[in-house]
Design a protein around this ligand. Structure first.
Ligand code: SDX
Length: 431
């Protein structure tokens, strides 16, 4: 606890509030006893100024554009690691040694299949079903088939196994939902392939046209998943924590996170960015028209992929993804006009006072879709890809919340009531 403190003068009384200081120097006024001591609550719509928890998983600095997982810079992790190494780091606090990684890889292989009965679920979604609605349904349903969650003594149960099971199965569910949506035969997980190769193979291999896994494609996917792996208390992670705080099982908590991520203001932005770029491209690249719309308060149109609640400079992930965009398109010899549209839009936004004064820069979603598209992933699955990447973070945050026996209680924010005060009941004939 810091030696510093805050003083609050209320109704002629002075209250002293302790200060909490994090390991990176972030400071908070601890108001956990405010209501009990003062009778006041705080009001902070959108939690712009409110910390919901302490966490040792991810540190980000919005002013400097810094993002670290468990103390490692994402630039180092994205450059040097496999996604499941980073997943292990986020979940367990340290990068795995060789033996730990081999065991984690064995778990990924062991748990890659889903119960055959679950495959029938896909037959009953409408053809145009959103892959995010399918994902949240299937993830929530895993509890019915793999209920062992709490018995840590059981070597075949407990949260460690459930974590590996969920990490591996979400990849299979995503690929199977795609194959079902295009009427192609399912491609089952291949134990000889690593996490990313397996996903690509399940997505694109066909009996009549074997899919060749290009190392550059697998590497680009690996990098994207790492960059999405956690991001402290964003909307979907806070949802996973809040739902989990009620004692809900992990699968149902993650399913809630998938639904929160679906929103176009959050993870759904990567799909919205591609649709926006296509709109601008189809409209003769009339950038000025869409920039004007984005600035017009009367118009609900916003430039998807720009702006961020925390980053007030370039999102460090966007910087890495933008570079990877050029590399992937060059390696695959793809000329994607939408990349040119994205680059020109970013250039114009960068030179526009409206966006600069509001610190609106490209975020993680602005360039990621260009890579997914180059890989062959359909636009309506972009947010599913975000969920695959974010899963280790969601699980780690859920477990951190569960393990914090001092502070973890059911999440239940308060409110300030602004409705009608008590009034006498009116019988029907008097209304
Ligand atoms: C993610 O939180 C996380 O960490 C999320 C995430 C993660 O990894 O989990 O990083 C992933 O969700 C990234 C964000 C993806 N969303 C988008 O790209 C959607 C477009 N962006 C905006 O909707 C917006 O910037 C948000 C939602 C991202 C942030 O919203 P805030 O923090 O509530 O900011 P705001 O809406 O109050 O905007 C401040 C000003 C407003 O103008 P004024 O009222 O000051 O005049 O900036 C304007 C806004 O109108 N503004 C935009 C804009 N974003 C903000 N104007 C045009 N286009 C935009 N994209």
């Amino acid at each position: 606890m810091s030696q510093n403190f805050a003083q609050l003068c209320l109704d002629g009384q002075t209250y002293t509030l302790p200060i909490v200081e994090g390991t990176a120097g972030e400071k908070a006024i601890d108001i956990r006893n405010l209501l009990k001591e003062t009778g006041y609550i705080t009001l902070d719509s959108g939690y712009m100024n409110t910390g919901s928890c302490t966490s040792a998983i991810t540190y980000l600095d919005g002013a400097q554009g810094i993002l670290n997982y468990r103390g490692y810079a994402i630039e180092d992790l994205a450059e040097n690691c496999q996604f499941i190494e980073v997943a292990y780091l986020i979940l367990n606090g340290d990068l795995p040694n060789f033996g730990e990684l081999e065991q984690f890889k064995r778990d990924m292989k062991r748990f890659a299949l889903i119960h055959e009965d679950m495959i029938h679920f896909f037959d009953h979604f409408p053809p145009n079903a959103s892959p995010m609605s399918i994902l949240s349904t299937m993830v929530g349903s895993l509890h019915n088939y793999y209920p062992e969650m709490d018995d840590e003594e059981d070597p075949y149960g407990g949260i460690t196994v459930t974590t590996a099971r969920l990490l591996s199965k979400i990849r299979t569910i995503a690929a199977f939902s795609y194959k079902k949506s295009i009427g192609h035969p399912l491609v089952y997980p291949n134990a000889k392939l690593n996490y990313c190769q397996n996903f690509l193979n399940m997505m694109f291999d066909r009996p009549n046209m074997p899919y060749v896994i290009k190392p550059e494609v697998a590497s680009a996917l690996n990098k994207l998943l790492i960059l999405h792996a956690d991001h402290e208390q964003n909307c979907s992670t806070s949802t996973v924590r809040l739902v989990g705080s009620a004692g809900v099982n992990l699968y149902a908590s993650i399913s809630a996170g998938v639904n929160a991520l679906w929103g176009p203001l959050h993870g759904g932005a990567n799909q919205a960015v591609l649709e926006m770029l296509e709109l601008i491209y189809a409209d003769d690249c009339n950038y000025d028209k869409y920039i004007k719309k984005a600035k017009n308060k009367e118009d609900s149109f916003r430039l998807s992929g720009f702006g961020h609640r925390v980053y007030k400079t370039f999102d460090p992930r966007a910087r890495i993804i933008k570079k990877a965009c050029h590399e992937v398109l060059e390696t695959l010899d793809i000329q994607d006009p939408l990349l040119d549209v994205a680059l020109e839009l970013e250039r114009r936004v960068k030179n526009d006072d409206y966006f600069q004064t509001r610190n609106l820069y490209p975020n993680v979603d602005f360039y990621s879709g260009i890579i997914y598209r180059a890989i062959g992933i359909p636009t309506n699955m972009f947010t599913v890809m975000f969920a695959l990447g974010r899963l280790p973070g969601w699980i780690a945050q859920w477990r951190e919340m569960k393990e914090d026996k001092v502070n973890s209680r059911i999440g239940r924010p308060r409110q300030i009531y602004t409705g009608l005060t008590l009034r006498p009941f009116l019988p029907m004939h008097e209304r």
